[in-house]
Design a protein around this ligand. Structure first.
Ligand code: MG
Length: 269
């Protein structure tokens, strides 16, 4: 009898801790800011911060962007790092080691961020989505797939999946992401495919240069009809921003997030 009682107690305690866990999960729910503003390479321009720095990530969060974009490459020794260009400090990133690249600081004194460092900072907040651009590999398609695999492994290790959107000019990289994470938000950047052409690949969104949408205005309605999200880059001019606001885009990616906030505030959103 005593044994049954103690077993009941153990089961009940286990049940209670389960309830507490799920309550904790609910209270830590992420709620991204309700606006269309995605800071391109972080919010760097106004305050002269380096693009793709941790400081620019923090500033995008501070000013309330719903998303902040950053660019990712894989070094020769398999470190994921955040930088726009294929080269950094005169070195080709994919042909260099992390130690070689880290020897040169960013202009604000930061070391070139690893994706581990960037995501670790990014998941300290719950209002700004982390828009990770996987850069096509100059080495080849296989290295591009490895980049996708290492990004997903890093996101899983940090339990950062709920913050992530993935974008790339390389459709095969996005397809690899979807093989590993079928529910991932992935958006294609290159601009040559219509929403209908991308729909079979279960692409979450299209994120095209603004001239692509200007030339193919029909794609906007087509994407909406297919349930494909709409993002556009890189819109820095107020009149252009207004056009995409009027077209009811889901996101607008910009180097001037402060200007875009002024426009949407005027409209009362
Ligand atoms: Mg980018």
């Amino acid at each position: 009898m005593k044994r049954i009682l103690s077993l009941t107690f153990v089961v009940f305690t286990f049940y209670l801790s389960g309830c507490m866990e799920s309550k904790k999960a609910t209270s830590s729910a992420i709620s991204f800011a309700d606006n269309i503003v995605v800071a391109h390479r972080g919010a760097w321009k106004k305050n002269h911060l380096p693009e793709n720095s941790i400081a620019s990530l923090r500033e995008a969060v501070r000013i309330g962007c719903s998303g902040t974009e950053f660019d990712v490459h894989l070094t020769a020794d398999d470190t994921l790092i955040v930088n726009h260009n294929r080269d950094y400090a005169g070195l080709m990133i994919e042909k260099s080691t992390y130690a070689q690249l880290a020897a040169t600081k960013l202009s604000n004194g930061e070391t070139i961020p690893t994706v581990y460092e960037y995501l670790t900072e990014g998941i300290k907040q719950k209002t700004t989505m982390l828009v990770l651009e996987l850069k096509p590999s100059i080495i080849g398609k296989e290295r591009g797939r490895q980049l996708a695999e290492k990004v997903i492994a890093q996101v899983r290790q940090l339990k950062a999946d709920r913050w992530m959107m993935y974008i790339s000019f390389d459709l095969d990289i996005l397809k690899r992401i979807l093989e590993l994470e079928p529910n991932a938000k992935v958006a294609y950047l290159n601009g040559e495919l219509s929403p209908a052409q991308l729909a079979p690949d279960k692409i979450w969104g299209i994120d095209y240069h603004y001239n692509v949408f200007r030339k193919n205005t029909g794609w906007i309605a087509e994407a909406k009809k297919l349930g494909i999200n709409l993002n556009v880059w890189t819109v820095n001019d107020a009149a252009d921003m207004q056009w995409f606001i009027d077209q009811k885009f889901d996101y607008v990616t910009t180097d001037e997030p402060e200007l875009l906030f002024e426009l949407i505030d005027k409209k009362g959103k």
